[in-house]
Structure formats: C-alpha cells, structure tokens
Design a binder for this molecule. Structure first.
Ligand code: GLA
Length: 675
C-alpha cells in the first residue's frame, strides 16, 4: 500500500468509519483513466434553480416544467440550452427504509421520474444534485448525501433518467476529495447511463489539477452572488485556469446570475460575455418565468453562445488586465478569434487591441463582427471599443479577403481627464474641466462629415475648444475634440450624465450613421476639515467582498449593521470601518489633507486559518501604505499613511492571494488629518 493510500485509509477510518457513517470505498476508487465518454465536449448549457430560489417553496415541479416549456417556446433550446437541473432541497431529510433518497412530497408530488419524463418529452435533458458528504449543503440541515451510498444513489438516479449530476462538497467528513468524487464517477459509470458529472468542491483541492479524469466540469470558486463584485472576483479567479479546460473537462465559475435583478443590463452582458469567452458552462440561474424580456436577448445571443460552444474547446485567456481594462482572446475552430474587451472600472474606458496581438495572421484588413450590435465592419488591424463603466464589447475577428464589402469600424467615446485609470470623473463646481471626444476610424477607407456633440446637464455650460466637425477622416486616423465643461458653483454633490453623440457617413452609403456614448461627471461633497473620523464622512464610493462596508461596526457579511463591535485582539473600537476583502473605499480629500491613521487587524470572532488580507492606502495614484500580509494571528497594527495633496484617498483591502474566506478586515479609529 503506498503512503498516500495508507494515509487516506487512516484518515477515513478515523473520521468516518469510526463514526459508523459509511463503508470504506474500494481501493479502485483512485482517479484512473480519463472519463473520455464523449459527454460535455462543449461546455454544458441549461438551467439550475439554485441562484433564483435557493430552498424557497417556489422551487417545485411547476417551476421545473415551466422552465422546460420556456426553453422550447422562447428558442433557448434552439440556442443550445439543454439541461434542466434541480439543486439542493429536492429530497426529504431522511432516506426510506430501503435506503433510497425520497423526493420532497410537496415540491415533487409526482416524484422525480415524472419531472424527468416531462423534461425528456420536450427533447431536453434532466439533472439532479447531491453532496459528496453525509448531508447536502442547505443550512436547514440538508438531505442525506451520497458519501457511502454512491452505488445506490447512482442507480436510483439512473432509474429516474438523470442525465447530469452536480455533486457538492458539504459535510464531507474530511474524506479525501479525489476519493469521494472518483467513487461517484465509478458508480455513475456502472449504471451504464451517460451522465454528465459536475464536481462542486469550490476549488478547495485544486480539482483542475486532477479532476480531468474524474468529472466533466469542476467548480473553481465559492458560490456566486447576484452582484457585480462577486461576479467579477469569481471571473478573475477562473480566468487564470484557462490551460486546464478542454473538451470534456471544463472550469466552472458557477451558474449564471443573468436575470436575477442584482446587476444592471450592462453588467449582465459583461457577465455573460466573460462566461462565454472563458468557455464556462452556461447554466441559467434565473426564474425565466419572471425575467425582463431584455434578459432573453442576453441569454439567447447565438453569436455569443457560439463563442462559448466553439468545438475547439479552448478557454479564452486574458492577454491584458492592467488598470481594470481587460482584453480576452479565444481561438475558434475556423481560425477566427473571439475578443472580449471588458471595463471593470466605474469610469468609461476605451480599450483596444490589434489583430497581431490577438494572434491573427497578417492580412491587409480584417472583418470585425460585433456580437452584441450584430454589425460587421472592417478594420486595418485595430480592434477597439469605447466602453461605459462595467461595460464590455465582444467581437469575432477574421483575416478577410472581402473586407471592402463592409464599412470601416468606427469607435466613438467621450471622457473627462481622470486622476488614475479607473478613477471617477470628478468635477469641481466653479472650476472648468476638460472632456475629450474621440472618433477613431480603424478601417482602411475614409469616413465623411464626422460631427461630435457633447451634452451636459441643465445649467452647466459646454464649449468646444477645437472643431467638432471633420470633413474626411482617413482610415487608421483619430479625430478628437476638446470641450470645456463648467459646473455652476451652486451644483449639489452627485453623479450627472454626460452624453456624446456622433454622426458620420460611410463610403458605401449616403445615410449617416449615428452613435452615442454615455459617460458621467461626479460632483464630490466637501472635503473633511481638521482631524476627522473617516467613518463620520461620506465616501465617494465603496465596494466590499460581502455585504456593505460597515460604519463604526465590523462586517457581518450580509445586510447593513449586522456585524457588531470592532474588536482586534481584544481591543475594542467604537469608531472605524468594517470591511471584508476585496474592498475599495474612496474619499474626496480635495488636496487639503496630509495623513491617514488607523489601528488595523482581523475581527476577533472571525479569526480562521484562512484569514489573510493586505491593507493599502493610496493618495490618488500613489501608494502611501502597504501592510503586507495580515493574518488573524497578527497583533493589531498602527497604520500611518502620508496622503499630502491627494484629491482622492483610497483604502484597499486585498484577499492576500488565498481567496476571500474569513477576511473580516477592520479599520479601528480610522482618522484623516486635513487643513
Ligand atoms: C453549495 C453549492 C451551491 C448550491 C448550494 C446548495 O453552496 O456551492 O451551488 O448547490 O450548496 O445548498
């Protein structure tokens, strides 16, 4: 017996057999041959109820049938969605006398097979859920898991006609993950029914390194939430694992939130585009019986889906990530490249790449298909987009011989000068600020009669400082206009829309093309005066890993004010901020402040071996303080940061590189010194 196996046996016997919970898996339950069964050759597409219902009563037979109906009626089945999957809470808390799992009689009065039959009757497939532990994850206790019951549960699932199993990780009794998941893989295989096997162990044991032989997909992160921060942080953790994905074995950054209501339409498009470029499973997580019609346009976008489902099966890579401006590239079967330009920032951004940078062969020109606008243009090589905050653009780019049949690709945007990439476009009442509109013709042929216009809120003035019109704009040339915007001295703090509209004529047509771009201007409130607790001052913006940033309490992860007293190694604070990694808070300092001080450390009752963060303080684009790694064992630290002359003071908490679990980072007695 090799060392690893003997270690595993000891652990198993101690933790599980000792507790009389399960019988020992056979020694054959080591990952052996690759699954290689022809399943999930492209990332699975379908539905799962969890993100929308959790265990609420509206998770039931009617919902599942309703989703299957909508898949057919709204064209989602045609678009490639196939699996209708049910999650936790479908069963009763106890097994039957014969040891079988029992469907919840209220949710599924006709049993699971009846629902599976209904779904199959629509030409779709049906999936189910259980955990590789003694119980599932549901906080109310869960239902019995598959650990030690692998064969019996797999047989039951196969007899119901299950086509997909999501196998969770809760209550795993410390048994080796590879063992647990391999045991179920073999049990599923033994049924003789083709069943897609989805490992849901949250990336805890780096499944990308071993699960290719065990399952068809594996979760790479903890659970997604229906909010921007959660979605982006999950995308970032999944994107670095591209090399591990391929046909039959996919990285799974969790199910989609599109349609659940916690993000804007712009953000949901970015979410869907990110998942598609990363060849992620596309499992709709919203109750399609209730979503806005616009959500079907996102979820049903066949051009974007084609990128996700491309048979080459390569997960797109981020070739640029600096300053929150991302360029992702995914090679496609026919030699085209899919490109996602993604703006993580709260301010607009123009993001560009080139045909060369994305690895296309040299060509005189390229065709660029905009997968959201559904237009095709030609480019001499530059691929570019003016993106709103949190926006993205997705293209399919091909080296092309018939490029001249398409109009030149034109990008038009407007931006205020900002303090650093991703900064908010701040304007000070009474002080003029410069905006620049830019029209880029990235094609080979000229465009004509280009006209730019900037519109500002009522009472503000806007004056062009250079010409807003251009008769001929040649290929590969830009045309910029600068505008002076004056905000009245009486303007109240707030965020105000600034819009730009552009018209021009393409060589192939006499009808003018018009495009518009929305950006904004932010009028800050007053800067602090004297020595002030920052928790008494309003921030410009704040984002936090879990729940809101808390004022004068620690972070409790969910709603506002659920955290309690700030406490660091026994020292209590009545003033300060309670954050949770990753967090970012910005205050307007107006150039009149000099110093930030605080006592920092992890919240006492949240200390865990996984607690690890870093604290940073920035004055505009200059780092003024970096704590280095801070764990739950570390004594409270004194922070002093020199922010002299900064317009904006930024407080940043990172997850220290080990994920964001148990990262309750406090800022006790957080103060700023100003004039
Ligand atoms: C875990 C999983 C989720 C969901 C729930 C159900 O948290 O990661 O996707 O299945 O369990 O309880």
């Amino acid at each position: 017996m090799d060392q690893r196996r003997s270690k595993w046996r000891t652990a198993l016997i101690a933790t599980v057999l000792g507790a009389g919970l399960i019988t020992a898996p056979q020694a054959t339950a080591q990952p052996t041959a690759q699954i290689d069964d022809g399943l999930a050759l492209t990332p699975p597409m379908g539905f799962n109820n969890w993100n929308s219902t959790h265990c609420r009563a509206d998770f039931n037979e009617a919902m599942v049938k309703g989703i299957a109906d909508i898949f057919v009626d709204k064209g989602l089945k045609d678009a490639g969605y196939q699996y209708v999957n049910i999650d936790d809470c479908w069963a009763l808390p106890e097994r039957a006398a014969d040891g079988n799992l029992v469907p919840h009689p209220v949710r599924f009065p006709n049993g699971i097979k009846a629902v599976a039959d209904y779904v199959h009757g629509k030409g779709l497939k049906f999936g189910i859920y259980t955990s590789a532990g003694t119980k599932t994850c549901n906080k109310d206790g869960g239902f019995p898991g598959g650990l030690g019951h692998e064969e019996q549960d797999a047989k039951l699932f196969a007899s119901w006609g299950i086509d997909y199993l999501k196998y969770d990780n809760c209550n795993n009794q410390g048994v080796d993950a590879k063992m647990r998941y391999t045991k179920m893989r073999d049990a599923l295989k033994a049924t003789g029914r083709p069943i897609v096997f989805s490992l849901c162990e949250w990336g805890q044991n780096k499944p990308w390194e071993w699960a290719k032989d065990v399952g068809h997909l594996w979760r790479t992160t903890g659970d997604i939430g229906d909010n921007w921060n959660s979605m982006v942080s999950i995308a970032k953790r999944n994107m670095v694992l591209a090399e591990y994905a391929g046909p039959g074995h996919w990285n799974d950054p969790d199910m989609l939130e599109v349609g659940n209501g916690g993000m804007t339409d712009v953000e949901y498009k970015s979410h869907f585009g990110l998942w598609a470029i990363m060849a992620a499973p596309l499992l709709i997580g919203a109750d399609l019986r209730k979503v806005k019609p616009e959500m079907f346009e996102i979820l049903g976008n066949k051009d974007v889906i084609a990128v996700d489902q491309d048979k080459l099966g390569v997960q797109g890579k981020a070739i640029r990530t600096e300053g929150g401006m991302y360029v992702f590239v995914k090679p496609l079967t026919n030699g085209d490249k899919a490109v996602l330009l993604f703006n993580e920032n709260d301010s607009g951004a123009q993001i560009s790449t080139t045909a060369e940078e994305i690895g296309l062969p040299k060509s005189f020109a390229y065709t660029v298909r905009d997968l959201w606008a559904k237009t095709t243009t030609h480019s001499a090589g530059s691929i570019s987009a003016a993106l709103p905050p949190h926006g993205s653009a997705m293209f399919r780019v091909s080296a092309s011989n018939d490029w001249y049949s398409y109009p030149p690709a034109v990008t038009a945007g407007a931006d205020a000068a900002v303090l650093y990439p991703g900064a908010m476009p701040l304007v000070t009442p009474g002080k003029p600020v410069t905006y620049t509109t830019t029209v880029s013709n990235t094609g080979r042929l000229p465009i004509f009669h280009t006209q730019a216009k900037l519109t500002v809120p009522d009472g503000w003035t806007v004056t062009p400082k250079s010409s807003p019109t251009k008769l001929i704009l040649s290929g590969e040339k830009q045309f910029q206009t600068t505008w002076e915007v004056l905000v009245p001295a009486t303007a109240k703090p707030g965020r105000f829309p600034v819009g730009a509209t552009f018209t021009y004529t393409s060589p192939s047509s006499t009808t003018p093309v018009s495009t518009s771009y929305q950006t904004e201007a932010v009028v800050p409130g007053a800067a602090p005066v004297g020595v002030k607790f920052l928790s008494d001052h309003s921030w410009l913006r704040a984002s936090n890993g879990h729940g809101p940033v808390e004022i004068d309490t620690t972070n409790g992860e969910a709603g506002a004010r659920d955290g309690g007293t700030i406490s660091i190694r026994g020292q209590k604070f009545t003033k300060g901020l309670g954050t949770h990694a990753p967090a970012h808070i910005e205050y307007y300092a107006g150039g009149d402040c000099t110093q930030v001080t605080a006592t920092i450390g992890i919240q006492d009752n949240k200390v865990n071996p996984l607690s690890l963060v870093t604290y940073e303080v920035w004055g505009d684009n200059k780092k003024a303080y970096d704590s280095g790694p801070v764990t739950g064992q570390d004594a409270a630290k004194q922070l002093t940061a020199d922010v002299t002359g900064a317009t904006v003071v930024r407080l940043i908490i990172t997850d220290g590189g080990n994920g964001k679990s148990y990262d309750h980072a406090n800022w006790g007695d957080l103060k700023i010194t100003c004039k």
